[in-house]
Design a protein around this ligand. Structure first.
Ligand SMILES: [Zn+2]
Ligand SMILES: [Zn+2]
Length: 84
């Protein structure tokens, strides 16, 4: 079974870290496409929890799809971030 490496901002994945971090991230905090995907360093889970508000989702992609009411930039100013 091939290992998957996920981006913590957008939930996209690739078969290697080099591949993942070699392309632009549509959810980069500096702006869409302003930076590369960043590796999610936690292990693959059945359920992911937002480190800021505790929201849960079954995939990183689902979790980061909605805005976080406890985001450090202000309520709803950014997206959930998966805890490790
Ligand atoms: Zn990404
Ligand atoms: Zn959150």
């Amino acid at each position: 079974m091939a290992e998957k490496f996920y981006c913590k901002y957008c939930g996209n994945y690739a078969s290697s870290v080099r591949f993942l971090t070699g392309s632009n991230c549509p959810r980069h905090p500096d702006g869409a496409g302003k930076g590369k995907h960043v590796l999610y360093e936690g292990s693959e889970k059945q359920q992911y929890t937002c480190s800021m508000c505790g929201a849960k989702a079954t995939s990183i992609r689902f979790l980061v799809n909605s805005r976080c009411p406890r985001h450090p930039d202000g309520a709803g100013k950014g997206f959930h971030t998966p805890a490790l």
